[in-house]
Design a protein around this ligand. Sequence first.
Ligand code: BGC
Length: 347
Amino acid sequence: MNSGCIMKWSWMNFRLLFAVLCCSLSAAFASELSSSNSESADIVATRLGRGVNVLGYDKYWQQSGGGRFRLDHFAKIRKVGFATVRVNLFTFRHFGQDGRLNEEWLRKLDAVIVSATASGLNVILDVHDFSECGKAPDACSALLKIIWGQLSSRYVDYGGNVLFELLNEPNNALTVEKWNELIPDLLKIIRRNDPGRYVLISAANWGKVESLDSLKLPVEDRRIIVTFHYYSPYGFTHQGAPWAAAPVSTNIGLRFGSEADVAQVQSDFARAAQWSRVNNRPLFLGEFGAYDKAPRADRLFYLRTVARTAERFGISWAVWQFSGDFVVYDHTRDDWVGDVVDALIPK
Ligand code: BGC
């Protein structure tokens, strides 16, 4: 081998070595990045812990006042053991002719976020205009884009304990196709203002467990937590609820608690957890509960069963809801409904 040949050989080897090194370094870096990103989404989802839906139907939001929810309730919510509040926001009705969310309403929202986070709670801002979106998806899409632009720019400096939820229970005319198309558009708008914010996203068809398979998400966005709701068996959880279609609204006295009932909950959550594993996305159970007309002992057993099952699968949750109906808190006594809280948060 002459010296020219040796030089050529070592140059080639050097290049090969360099290429292999670069390749493995960038692969290691990429996998580190993606694993740390998905790990952070997992960690954030775990940190949500046990939560409660608040303020959706309270008069707190009205300019005239008269709400029953007070900002000092957040400290009580934290103290009893909840880690998260999912704040249900009817944004469309506070969107003005000037193309902006009403400033007074936004200031009330600022106060909610500041008080809740100061009490040590995570806050999910859940856009809850699902009825309008299910009826008029195109108008809804246009509005959601503007509203998320405004919310994401307003809250850009807030901590990581403030999360966004694109839309509660996309349904009906906001079809799987339309919703899956809208998700990346909304994310792009949010990411332009706030690339690091964690965003919760539900599947179309009311965000049920069985809807998860239809959900399409931008693969590169790892700051997403997928959310679903669980009200199954619907006939039990919504018995007597005036907004449920007959015969559910009239068929009162349905029981929950057989072995088969519990096994069904477990198998539904196993299905959700399997989806989460396969798709590498953490889950959050954003709503579950049973309407107040369900037999009380069964309602408590249902809450206990769903909450413990979710926890067994490592899924954080928020119960429906603080007050109004499905109540966890009794405003007339200004105190917790003791047995409901005990079912949710065992001592
Ligand atoms: C709706 C409530 C309803 C609850 C249970 C929520 O998403 O906003 O109006 O009571 O689901 O049906």
